[in-house]
Write a protein that binds this ligand. Structure first.
Ligand code: GLN
Length: 304
């Protein structure tokens, strides 16, 4: 079946689909987003772009930024970040404190909040201007220099980040945070408040589908061995306590964010992004997951 036809089917199914999910409200500024927004953008290595809906409207990428943070950390330091953060699925919510206590301040993986906060700490220690470096990395992999943060979302989360502060304090008590808590919280919240569209996210994620190379000029951003590892962590940990369900239903490595975005890749084939703000109880976009499930079902292709 043709991708154009497949997206047309998904679009018509989504337009009448009931949903029970709720737009994230624990960051008050995110609660203002219209629940009805829906965008999908598929970028195929061989045949280019397919899209529908609000696929060019920017939204808060939130935890999808954790993939970029890990990529920067691994390109600077190879495997050494894994001395401070593990690569096992957590089976717990993204902001859970529970495992950290009995696992001595070592987060299960870099895609839950605790693990991403450790990666933020590592980036602060190793980069002169981590915020600028982070934005420049995204500019490089998208070819778009206008991507930046939403200041209101950043400020809103900073005023409501007691739980992330708790994670940082607990990890610092175990010696797994080296910088000031405020500095790490600030940088982490900054990266989460970056806004991108489905089209921009799919373009950025082409490096994970294309063995670490930019799609337009084949310049290598990060080596294939590291890409293999990052994709493996997306597969096993990209959806918190729903990573198994996402593998089961969709069958692709991917990453979600509480802004309602999900980006997934099929190595050697494509990157695909969806945006629909209502989240299921596990904090993942309800209709976004449905659309991706339909994509791999209708194409008959997944990594399995
Ligand atoms: N900035 C959000 C937080 O720390 C990111 C969470 C997410 O997207 N799952 O709570």
């Amino acid at each position: 079946m043709e991708y154009r036809e497949i997206l047309r089917i998904i679009e018509s199914e989504i337009s009448t689909m009931p949903y029970s999910g709720k737009v994230a409200s624990y960051i008050p500024e995110l609660a203002r987003i219209e629940a009805e927004k829906f965008g999908m953008h598929l970028y195929c290595i061989d045949s280019g772009h397919y899209h529908f809906g609000n696929s060019e409207e920017r939204f808060s990428i939130q935890s999808i930024s954790k993939v970029f943070a890990l990529t920067i950390a691994m390109s600077l330091l190879g495997d050494t970040p894994f001395n401070r953060v593990d690569v096992e699925p957590s089976g717990d919510p993204f902001n859970s404190l529970i495992q950290l206590e009995y696992e001595n301040g070592i987060p299960r993986n870099p895609f839950i909040n605790a693990g991403a906060l450790v990666i933020s700490d590592i980036l602060i220690s190793n980069l002169e201007d981590p915020k600028q470096h982070f934005l420049e990395f995204i500019h490089k992999i998208t070819g778009n220099n206008s991507i930046t943060i939403n200041t209101k979302v950043y400020e809103s989360e900073m005023r409501h980040s007691h739980r992330n502060a708790a994670l940082l304090n607990l990890m610092k008590s175990f010696g797994n945070i080296t910088n000031d808590i405020e500095a790490v919280l600030d940088f982490y919240t900054f990266q989460c408040s970056i806004e991108m569209s489905c089209k921009e996210l799919s373009t950025a994620f082409m490096i994970y589908a294309n063995k670490g190379k930019l799609i337009n000029n084949e310049i290598e951003v990060i080596g294939p061995r590291k890409i293999k590892r990052i994709n493996a962590i997306m597969q096993t940990c990209g959806f918190y306590d729903e990573a198994g369900e996402f593998s089961f239903r969709v069958g692709l490595p991917g990453k979600s964010g509480v802004g309602g975005g999900i980006t997934a890749i099929h190595p050697g084939q494509y990157a695909v992004s969806v945006w629909s703000p209502p989240l299921n109880p596990k904090g993942n976009s309800e209709l976004g997951m449905y659309a991706l499930e339909r994509l791999t079902t209708l194409t008959g292709l997944s990594i399995f």
